[in-house]
Design a protein around this ligand. Sequence first.
Ligand code: ADP
Ligand code: MG
Length: 702
Amino acid sequence: MNTNYLDTPIEYIKGVGPQRADALKTELHIFSAEDLIKHYPYRYVDRTKFYKVREINADIPYVQVMGKIIDMRTVGEKRAKRFIATLKDETGEVELVWFQGIRWIEEKIKYHTTYIIFGRPNIYNGKINLPHPEIEEKNEENTTLASAWQALYNTTEKLKFKGLDSKGVGRIIKTAVSGLATHPIEETIPKTIIQELKLLDISSALKNIHIPANADLLKHAEYRLKFEELFYVQLKLLRSKLIRQKTYAGFQFSKVGDYFNNFYNNHLPFPLTNAQKRVIKEIRVDMGSGKQMNRLLQGDVGSGKTLVALMTMLIALDNGFQACLIAPTEILAQQHFQTLSQLLQPMNIKIGLLIGSSKTKARKELHELLRNGEMHLLIGTHALLEDEVQFQNLGLVVIDEQHRFGVAQRAQMWKKNTQPPHVLVMTATPIPRTLAMTLYGDLDVSVIDEMPPGRKPIQTIHRFDSQRLKVFAFIKEEIQKGRQIYVVYPLIEESEKLDLKNLMEGYESMVREFPLPNYRISIVHGKMKPADKDFEMQRFVKGETQIMIATTVIEVGVNVPNASVMIIENAERFGLSQLHQLRGRVGRGAEKSYCILMSSYKLSTEAKTRIETMVRTVDGFEIAEVDLRLRGPGDISGTQQSGLVDLRLADLAKDAHILQQARNIASELLSTDPNLEKPEHKCVVINLKRLRKDRPNWSRIS
Ligand code: ADP
Ligand code: MG
């Protein structure tokens, strides 16, 4: 069999050797020529541009200057020792500074010789200098560069010690890339697609991404490689969907019957919004198609997903099946249970609740009712996933707030019947379209893009801690009007103790400010026993307390329409989607609602952007886009375990159009050749195999 050049072990690349190879493996997980070649630059600098010394300022990330050394000296003692050389051009002078390798630079550098200096401007004592710049004597070669664009590479301190700084990494990558000329590699994208999209071939793309001949070719190389990355992610997703649909027949819910119609005609508490109607129709058609439904329902907080879930479950009942609804927390499961029990009260439907704290006896009874089919609907938490929970005929699983659930757990529910039940996944945190296409790319998507009528918009205000008295006065006014207030504190695991202290201090100062008997305060946090938590929560829900002081445990789903103010303490410590979720707890009734973001004066640029975004908009989708831009996809909850957004080059925040194109083309390809049997698609099959092999193999990493 032909060996593939890309599989060349890293130690065999010229200039690497065993020691550097070891370091590359442990530091950057680079094991082969392919890993090295796919260690793409994080940015490029234009090496044809020379700055004048006078033009240098700290806002320029990198500068290249040319000049003569007119002075050099070593200053300081021991660890503070440094070597300073003064470079001069016709516009001025700038200091070059070395803290390490002083002996080496002292010997190398010569007076009155012209050097090309490349470095990162830094301000020290109010003066610009260039610490540890690259320095080269001017010669013919470096003034007539082969490539204007120099690539910069991520590296680590350990690698720098082995001579693999950005430039050193670049050097071995160049060697690896030049090997492509003598060891041609297989094209990974079918010829027709290459022609249709005018893509660079694989070798040129890899060469130009590292050593761009010009800006235009760099753009083409980037485009080709991003497209390839996204194309294969989409192809995998769409194929797994195809395979799933072929492997599993779905229960066919062919009718809408008495349960649904009776509820719709007689017990619906309010008219459905058009978006709710449209979504219910999409779901109905899907469940009636004979294929297993795997659908994502996206809708902003408060858009009315619960009602959609209920009506979907009624369709299951109408077709002789049971249905269940899984929520991420006990509080939320209980709330769903209460809401749904109430809505269904006039109808003859048996509905049960199963949560972690359910008593053994009640559980046993429940298990029995589920098995013999007397129980129609089951609401619960993770507890529902356990093997002993068996249904007579489960036809539909609704998962609320999916971002708290792993993909594996979704799959676990499939085993609850002889054929996998239909699955409806609901997310309250809107996800940017690009991310949804990737994370849930094997699901169909429905979107509720309209809020129920009559909601007054929530006004969001930013207040500094020093303005607290004003905020207290405002709370009092609202309570006088009969409203209820949330006050939320952050809870971040590393500093749990501190957070708890924070929360308790906040509680105490609130008790002082809002004393009995006029005011009653609830408190809920993660360190409380579930029963106590529940008790406090219920007091607030029933309106017995006016203020709820809590950590983020109340973040998800809780519905208290009379609560009109959400105060978020240390708002700078919350992520955007969390802030948005919290804000969604108010504005659920007909009253004008407020969200007050409290913060200190010290705010990072990112925290400022988050707070400004919250003040500016209540649109969850817009907020999700900002979140994606700020944090990148890797940090958005739920994405980590998927591995799908592990993209080397493509950026889901910026490359939406390439993603859409990649998905369309992958979908087209599969529609003409679902089994990838055509000869022109052989390269796709081969590459899919390579990609499977490419999964990080942790056993290789010490
Ligand atoms: P979410 O999508 O965040 O889960 P919910 O299902 O909890 O939202 O609904 C939020 C609130 O809106 C609830 O109080 C619910 O009763 C109400 N609601 C839902 N649909 C409608 C509608 N069509 N008209 C008026 N109010 C609605
Ligand atoms: Mg909800």
